[in-house]
Design a protein around this ligand. Structure first.
Ligand SMILES: [Zn+2]
Ligand SMILES: [Zn+2]
Length: 91
């Protein structure tokens, strides 16, 4: 599924368009659900996993993107549906 979070193919954080990585907002065991439901965003290498400001190392950024994902999902679904899917409430 296409991202439900982002229309533009650019880094979500700095908006650059070079060397983008596809990041699964809910990763680990939830990676497949992210892929299926469109919880994906584009990030440049720096904001993904190639520096300490990357989402995989910066807990705050990670939570911020997860909250954004939940917020967008809840435009068309209930909170209960989100929690059933992801197992947690981030908002
Ligand atoms: Zn970036
Ligand atoms: Zn990632």
């Amino acid at each position: 599924m296409e991202s439900i979070i982002q229309q533009e193919k650019q880094c979500l954080v700095c908006h650059c368009t070079r060397g983008l990585h596809k990041h699964h907002v809910f990763y680990g065991p939830l990676r497949r659900i992210s892929e299926k439901e469109g919880f994906t965003v584009w990030l440049c290498a720096r904001h993904h996993n190639m520096s300490n400001s990357g989402v995989h190392f910066d807990r705050e950024l990670d939570l911020e993107i997860k909250r954004l994902g939940q917020h967008v999902y809840e435009q068309t679904h209930s909170r209960e549906e989100f929690i059933k899917l992801i197992g947690k409430n981030y908002l």
